[in-house]
Design a protein around this ligand. Structure first.
Ligand SMILES: [Zn+2]
Length: 381
């Protein structure tokens, strides 16, 4: 981590270090001597090693983030809460990756564990998943305001993506339609938009070339953000519905895919997009909130996946699966232009809200940034 620290962090840290009888975690776990360097620079101290992973205690994580920690279900669920804003919280479950952050489902890269009555999360999750969502300005340099947005309509040409044959729907067509609508909204708001495709074409003779070309187009354009637009499918399961938002796993962390299949797919070499893990998580958090609020879909979570389309990016990137084409009811919604306009509006709100988060962390006079009226479907922050 770099040595960047916002002035307010000191105040928060000083004011909110757990103390007194209501600081349940601090009461359970004696807080060790703090390191001589400020916690915001170093991150929480490592206090446990399991396999190849460093773990930090919930107590140290709470101190680092300036939150209060307490068991909401003894030895099963621990909640870290911002005293000043109780909606700003993480609910962490023992022996589980499933976490709620600000009320939305987030899949950690590693299970939280219980040792000697104390809850621990992996350092990577603490620093690259929980901190960006709860304290986006903590410990990392701010990127410039987003101005060039790369939009990537998934699939195209001979690569159709998923299909709902009975309804005659192809993912590639729907993704392109949403992307074109989103381009209109973003350009109207003053952003420069780069599209990886604007017609029904594949971007390479094989899938690997097709995927990597998408990030190359974004990099060549100097994109500040990358948003890949997809629709989901779980055929033969036709019941599942909902929204998923993906980022590329941090180095040394396995993907959501690997957990469900039971095979560790950890990558030990860093990928280019790993330089932006923190801001990809912040972007994903904004997208996740805005899409769920606008579409009122089932929250299937913010997840990690080794997606070739994100791997080579020189900027933060997310892949959004707004809804399932394998569920007929949801697919029928996606088939309507009104719903696709709602998706575009929600993704535009996500871009705008990501920029607003950066602006809120920037000291001094705010630079002129692209502005946008909130789409009717989005919620206020
Ligand atoms: Zn897709």
């Amino acid at each position: 981590m770099s040595s960047f620290l916002r002035p307010w962090s000191w105040l928060v840290l000083a004011a909110l270090v757990p103390s007194g009888p209501d600081a349940s975690v601090a009461a359970d776990v004696p807080v060790r001597a703090r390191p001589t360097r400020p916690a915001a620079e170093t991150g929480p101290v490592t206090s446990l090693r399991l396999g190849n992973f460093d773990y930090v205690s919930a107590t140290d994580l709470a101190v680092w983030l300036g939150l209060k920690g307490a068991w909401t279900e003894p030895l099963r669920k621990l909640t870290l809460t911002d005293k000043a804003n109780p909606d700003n919280r993480a609910e962490i479950n023992v022996d589980n990756r499933d976490t709620l952050i600000d009320g939305r489902r987030v899949l950690l890269g590693n299970k939280a564990v219980l040792r000697n009555g104390r809850l621990y999360v992996s350092r990577i999750d603490a620093e690259k998943c929980i901190a960006p969502l709860l304290r986006p300005g903590l410990g990392v340099p701010l990127p410039p305001p987003p101005r060039i947005i790369a939009l990537d309509p998934g699939h195209g040409g001979k690569f159709a993506g998923t299909e709902n044959k009975s309804l005659g729907l192809q993912e590639k067509d729907l993704a392109l339609d949403v992307a074109l609508r989103l381009r209109g909204l973003l350009e109207k708001a003053g952003y420069k938009v780069v599209m990886t495709r604007t017609t029904d074409v594949a971007l390479g003779p094989d899938l690997t070339t097709d995927w990597t070309t998408r990030s190359l187009i974004a990099n060549h354009a100097g994109a500040d953000l990358f948003v890949s637009i997809h629709f989901n499918s779980l055929f033969p399961d036709t019941k599942t519905t909902g929204t998923e938002v993906f980022t590329f796993p941090p180095q040394f962390q396995r993907s959501d895919q690997s957990w469900s299949e039971g095979v560790d797919d950890t990558e030990r070499m860093p990928s280019p997009v790993n330089r932006f893990d923190h801001w990809s998580a912040v972007l994903a958090g904004a997208m996740h909130r805005d899409v769920l609020a606008a579409l009122q879909t089932t929250d299937r979570g913010k997840k990690l996946k080794h997606l070739a389309v994100l791997r080579g990016l020189n900027c933060p990137g997310v892949l959004v699966e707004s809804a399932f084409l394998s569920n007929d009811a949801e697919a029928r919604r996606v088939a309507t232009p009104e719903f696709r306009q709602q998706i575009a509006g929600a993704l535009a709100a996500g871009v705008r809200d990501y920029g607003a988060i950066l602006d809120s962390l920037r000291p001094g006079p705010q630079p002129p940034a692209a502005t946008m009226a909130a789409p009717a479907a989005s919620i206020s922050r």
